[in-house]
Design a protein around this ligand. Structure first.
Ligand SMILES: Nc1ncnc2c1ncn2[C@@H]1O[C@H](COP(=O)(O)OP(=O)(O)OP(=O)(O)O)[C@@H](O)[C@H]1O
Ligand SMILES: [Mg+2]
Length: 311
């Protein structure tokens, strides 16, 4: 039995000056599924979901929501149709409180105007639902980017929309916050919510999604169940060839040391006793979670921030 899709997109084409971002894309979203949208940078993932949540109007094609053709010409219209997005770009009002942001556009009213007690209670519930330990009375602008992203998530989830779009929503989250989001998504999915999940982190894609649609140069390459598919199969579909062919291992001799850093610390204490060496012909990656100090280390290396005095 095939279920009727909640969202049906047919022949979606979008051109920007000099580039066809989407070229006749077909995409279905079923109730209660987490459907990943994957593809290389610039393959059209964000443009496709922007057509759904009212940020981009397609030049051609049809979008049906619950079997009814819909013209989604604004985020407001998308919300009316039950489509809410969480993106990388923060959309919060930085001078307002967390509670005001979460309930923006739907502040509960009492006899004497806005019921602020209720605003705070409902915001608290929304934050607790997603496990975010954030004070609902805090001013958003005082929060770190990661916590602001968690407020975005709480706001979107508390809207109880049947369709949730996540476009790189985890990119600024810590591992713990990402795990909490994954658990919440699974819970929403089991309640029938349909999710479009975009992330460059394929581990997350395999963790939460059951199906994936691969885009390449604005076209759908394939849509398939993720069960039984490996990460390298998926990557091969994304780039159109096996990874081994793309990054064939070539022996490159390491040259002399061109940069040597010994026991570098920064005044803030985020970077402590960092040491590394980079050789000629070498690309050295620096990885770490949000707040681990990788940016500060980079800035200290090229002199944008001074090292701690004792260095
Ligand atoms: N507003 C715009 N104006 C002009 N070109 C755009 C615009 N938005 C997207 N594009 C172009 O359309 C193509 C698809 O971009 P899109 O952002 O949808 O890709 P993406 O798959 O989301 O990439 P990424 O993984 O980097 O987020 C790219 O070539 C991009 O440069
Ligand atoms: Mg994108």
């Amino acid at each position: 039995m095939t279920e009727a899709p909640l969202i049906r997109m047919r022949g979606i084409t979008k051109r920007f000056p000099g580039v066809t971002a989407l070229n006749g894309v077909d995409f279905d979203l079923l109730p209660g599924e987490i459907h990943a949208l994957v593809g290389e940078n610039g393959s059209g993932k964000s443009t496709l979901v922007k057509c759904l949540y009212g940020f981009v109007e397609p030049d051609e094609g049809v979008i049906e929501v619950n079997g009814v053709p819909a013209a989604i010409d604004s985020a407001h219209r998308a919300r009316q149709l039950g489509i809410v997005a969480i993106t990388q770009e923060l959309t919060l009002a930085s001078t307002l409180t967390v509670a005001e942001n979460i309930l923006m556009g739907r502040l509960p009213r009492g006899k004497l105007g806005i019921d602020w007690g209720k605003v705070r209670r409902q915001a608290r519930e929304a934050l607790d639902q997603t496990g975010a330990e954030i004070d609902e009375n805090a001013i958003v602008g005082d929060l770190s980017v990661e916590l602001q992203q968690e407020v975005e998530i709480a706001r979107a989830i508390s809207a109880q929309s049947p369709v949730l779009v996540l476009d790189e929503a985890t990119s600024s989250l810590s591992e713990a916050a990402t795990e909490r989001l994954m658990t919440k998504l699974e819970q929403l999915r089991s309640q029938g919510v349909a999710v479009i999940f975009i992330s460059h982190r394929l581990r997350e894609v395999f963790q939460c999604a059951s199906r994936a649609t691969v885009l390449r140069d604005g076209q759908v390459v394939a849509t398939f169940d993720l069960a039984g598919v490996t990460e390298s199969d998926l990557v091969a579909k994304m780039v159109g060839r096996r990874m081994e062919d793309l990054y064939g291992k070539r022996p490159i001799p390491k040259g002399k040391v061109v940069l040597s850093i010994r026991n570098l610390s920064t005044a803030s204490g985020t970077v402590r006793d960092a040491s590394l060496e980079v050789h000629e012909g070498e690309i050295l990656g620096i990885a770490g979670l949000v707040g681990s100090g990788k940016i500060e280390l980079g800035m200290a290396i090229y002199g944008a921030i001074p090292p701690a005095a004792r260095c």
